[in-house]
Write a protein that binds this ligand. Structure first.
Ligand code: FE
Length: 195
């Protein structure tokens, strides 16, 4: 098959108690996997089957191929935005960039929490680097992803209900609080350094 489900960067029980193995078994093992399978079905015997995931996302623009391809990409980025030993505070250049754009880390976290909790319906809250070098919080709906534009994503929080319903029922705010206990600042710092 052209597109494959990347391995999780940790075991399915590694994010507990903040995010349970049961959530991971559904969110990664079923939802993420189904986006990969669906993308393979939709692109079978087309030139897209041999293109990179990023190219497919940019070329598809909208519709079922875009939705499944972008969800594959967004979820892989999301798993990397979490780490079993995550949480705490950012360091180094990332901390400086956050302070420059948001005042301080606490205000940034408050602002991204607000974004994630209030985003209407299904979508994603992102920390991105804008073309002018400043950091910003942006939201995308459904399968929307910053990589179709000029922002460089540093970190994301999946706020689809499937990300939290097993553990938290309808309490998205409790899930976002758990997100901060797992946030992978090192991944964000690597993304900041990359471009
Ligand atoms: Fe998801």
């Amino acid at each position: 098959m052209a597109f494959t489900l990347p391995d999780l960067p940790y075991s399915q029980d590694a994010l507990a108690p903040h995010i349970s193995a049961e959530t991971l078994s559904f969110h990664y093992g079923k939802h993420h996997k189904n986006y990969v399978n669906k993308l393979n079905e939709l692109t079978a015997n087309t030139p897209m089957a041999s293109q990179s995931l990023e190219d497919v996302i940019k070329k598809a623009g909208a519709g079922p191929i875009f939705n499944n391809a972008a969800q594959v990409w967004n979820h892989t980025f999301y798993w990397n935005s979490l780490a079993p030993a995550g949480g705490g505070d950012p360091k180094g250049d990332l901390a400086k960039a956050i302070e420059k754009s948001f005042g301080n880390v606490a205000d940034f976290k408050k602002k991204m929490t607000q974004s994630a909790v209030t985003l209407f319906g299904s979508g994603w809250s992102w920390l991105v680097k804008k073309p002018d070098g400043t950091l910003a919080i942006v939201e995308t709906s459904n399968a929307g992803t910053p990589i179709t534009g000029s922002d460089v994503p540093l970190l994301t929080c999946d706020v689809w209900e499937h990300a939290y319903y097993v553990d938290r029922r309808n309490d998205r705010a409790a899930y976002v609080e758990a997100f901060w206990k797992l946030v992978n600042w090192e991944f964000a710092a690597q993304n900041l350094a990359r471009k």
